[in-house]
Structure formats: structure tokens, C-alpha cells
Design a protein around this ligand. Structure first.
Ligand code: NAI
Length: 317
């Protein structure tokens, strides 16, 4: 029996990452892009990337780079892409109107067995699937960048998404070696961005009011809180931090947590506080000049690969 077919719409950064994840697990992947040349470039770069990962011993899955690449092909129409697809992962730019138009087109083509999942990091699924035919086959499957190294995928159903298709998508993500979480209902920012924005807002306020430098604010995460968060979430961290577990933790520290939280002040307006933005940008660029961003990204990926291996090792113990 030939492998199940996965369609990917949009062959940019995230589309390519999904292609690699699906091929690593042995799925047949078709890539589509509004720019045909983009698919050609994507295929050439994927081939190179898979071989480079294989040389470094970092390739995911049990297949060789060549066998994984053989599972990936390009296609030139949405119609061809949807034919006999089990799952379609949409990865077009983050523009609501663009997604709305694309979903309206896809709704006319979708076969009954197909799940259509969006990689969107900001739009709740109801914002671009309402009133469409087959809207119950659509949901959000939001990865974190870089998906090849970070296993989290947030599954966000619209009010009309069929629960069994959410579960099927969860199983599909597990089969890739990703770690899906399922939101019971949609909410702005999903969960990861809500937490990330809460942190960004407080870091912004602390740096903006001159309490810490950018380097020190980031160090609090990379050398402190983040060390634990690579293993434990916020609640399990609390659970381990009091003799009687989490209930004891909040009994002991709850009033202090509320008092500090009440002093945070209003949510910063990061588009209008231009002096703070200029200061943050200046400090960030001193730490990592713009010309060195690519190098720093490579260092991040290298570190995440090792961290992922360590976590896998721990899970096997
Ligand atoms: P990108 O700009 O790298 O790639 C988008 C691709 O879509 C381009 O190749 C473009 O030619 C193609 N495209 C544009 N309109 C199209 C259409 N109508 N039909 C088919 N293809 C079309 O964008 P990127 O970064 O890959 O983002 C894709 C999605 O993934 C967005 O929704 C984004 O929010 C989400 N995402 C991005 C992350 C990131 O860090 N870049 C992380 C997690 C999710």
C-alpha cells in the first residue's frame, strides 16, 4: 500500500519544515505554492538540507535522506494537491484576507476524508472558516519555529470542527514525533502566544523602566526560569516547590503572587512606545548584530537539537 498523502500549501519557511517532518515519518508529501518557482527552490533546498542533516547524523526518522526526499514532490494546482489527501497543512503568509480567499477555494475542492489544518500563529480558525462548505474539516495546527527541532503543535478547533478530526490530527502529529496539545475551544493567541506575550510585556516594562538591561532580562530566562521550563511547566514547577505540592505552594505564596501581579501596570503599547523600542533594538543589536542573526539562528538550532536528544533520552529512562 502506498503511503498516505499529505498536501502542503505554501512552500516557505514553515511549509518546508512540515514537508521534512512528514517525509521523515514516511508520508508522501506534495508541495504547492502560488509561485511555481518557489516550489522548485523549495525542492532543491530540501534535498540539500536533508543530506546535510544526514551527514551530521541529525536526520529524523528511519529513512535515508534520499528516501525521504523521494517522498516529496511539487505540484502546480490546488486541485491536484487535494486529490486523495489525508491531511492538508496550509502555510501561506499571515494575512487574514489571503487565508479567507484560499480557504474558500479549498472548501470547494476538499474531499470528505481530508483534514485542512492552518499553521497560523495568530488567527482563530473561526475567522477564516465560518460559512464555508466542509468547515467542520478545518482547524488550526500551529507549530513553533523551528518545527523540526521544537515538538509542540497547538491544535485549535473552531466551534464547528468535528472532534474526531481533531483527534485524528492529534494522532497524526504524534506519528511525526511531535507533541500536540489540544485546546478545548479557540481563544485569541492560543496558549503559547498568550504565555509568550505575558512574558514579553513584562520584559518590556522592566527594560523600559530601566530596572534591567536587555541582556539581564533575557538571562533571567535563559540561565534561570528557562532551565526548568525545558523539563517542567509553570504548574509542575510550583508543585515541586512546596513540601505539600501545588495546593501548598499557592497557600504559602498566593498572596505574594497577587500583590506582585497587581503592580505590573498597564499592557505596554509596543507600537507606540518608540523610545523603549529604540532602546531595546539598540541593546539587542549590540548583543547580536543584524549581520550575525543567521549565525545565531544556526547556534539556536544546534542547541535545540541537543536539547531534544537529551529530552528523548530522559523519556526513555
Ligand atoms: P513564508 O512567507 O516563508 O512562506 C509563505 C509561502 O506561501 C510563500 O512561499 C508564498 O509564495 C506562498 N503563498 C502566498 N500566497 C499563496 C497562495 N494563495 N497559495 C499558495 N501559496 C501561497 O511564510 P512562513 O513563515 O512559512 O509562514 C507561513 C504560516 O506559518 C503563517 O501563517 C505563519 O503565521 C505560520 N507560522 C510561522 C512561523 C514562523 O516563525 N515563521 C511559526 C509558526 C507558524
Amino acid at each position: 500500500m502506498s503511503a498516505q498523502k499529505i498536501g502542503i500549501v505554501g512552500s516557505g519557511l514553515i511549509g518546508r519544515a512540515w514537508a521534512m517532518l512528514f517525509a521523515a515519518a514516511g508520508y508522501r508529501v506534495q508541495l504547492y505554492d502560488i509561485l511555481e518557482a518557489q516550489v522548485t527552490t523549495a525542492l532543491a533546498e530540501l534535498q540539500q538540507e536533508l543530506h546535510s542533516l544526514e551527514c551530521k547524523g541529525r536526520l529524523r526518522g528511519n529513512l535515508t535522506a534520499q528516501a525521504q526526499f523521494a517522498l516529496i514532490s511539487g505540484c502546480t494546482s490546488l486541485q491536484q494537491l487535494v486529490q486523495q489527501a489525508q491531511h492538508i497543512q496550509e502555510c501561506v503568509p499571515e494575512q487574514l484576507e489571503l487565508k479567507r480567499q484560499l480557504y474558500a477555494q479549498l472548501a470547494e475542492l476538499l474531499e470528505p476524508q481530508t483534514v485542512l489544518a492552518s499553521s497560523t500563529s495568530t488567527f482563530m480558525p473561526s475567522r477564516f472558516t465560518a460559512e464555508l462548505k466542509c468547515k467542520e474539516q478545518m482547524l488550526v495546527a500551529h507549530p513553533l519555529n523551528p518545527p523540526y527541532y521544537i515538538p509542540l503543535v497547538e491544535l485549535v478547533p473552531a466551534p464547528w470542527t468535528r472532534p474526531e478530526l481533531v483527534e485524528r490530527t492529534r494522532q497524526l502529529m504524534l506519528s511525526l514525533g511531535q507533541r500536540p496539545v489540544v485546546l478545548q475551544r479557540e481563544i485569541e493567541g492560543f496558549v503559547s502566544n498568550r504565555i509568550q506575550y505575558a512574558i514579553l510585556n513584562e520584559v518590556w516594562r522592566l527594560v523600559g523602566s530601566g530596572i534591567v538591561s536587555v541582556a539581564d532580562a533575557d538571562r533571567v530566562l535563559s540561565e534561570g526560569l528557562g532551565m526548568r521550563y525545558a523539563l517542567l511547566g509553570a504548574l509542575e514547577t510550583a508543585h515541586l516547590n512546596a513540601p505539600g505540592g501545588v495546593a501548598d505552594y499557592f497557600q504559602r505564596f498566593g498572596s505574594e503572587i497577587s500583590a506582585v501581579s497587581a503592580s505590573y501596570g498597564p499592557t505596554p503599547n509596543t507600537c507606540e512606545e518608540l523610545d523603549t523600542l529604540a532602546d531595546i533594538a539598540r541593546q539587542c543589536e549590540q548583543l547580536t548584530p543584524l549581520a550575525e542573526l543567521e549565525q545565531r539562528r544556526a547556534a539556536r538550532d544546534e542547541f535545540l537539537t541537543r536539547l531534544a536528544a537529551l529530552k528523548r533520552q530522559q523519556q526513555q529512562q
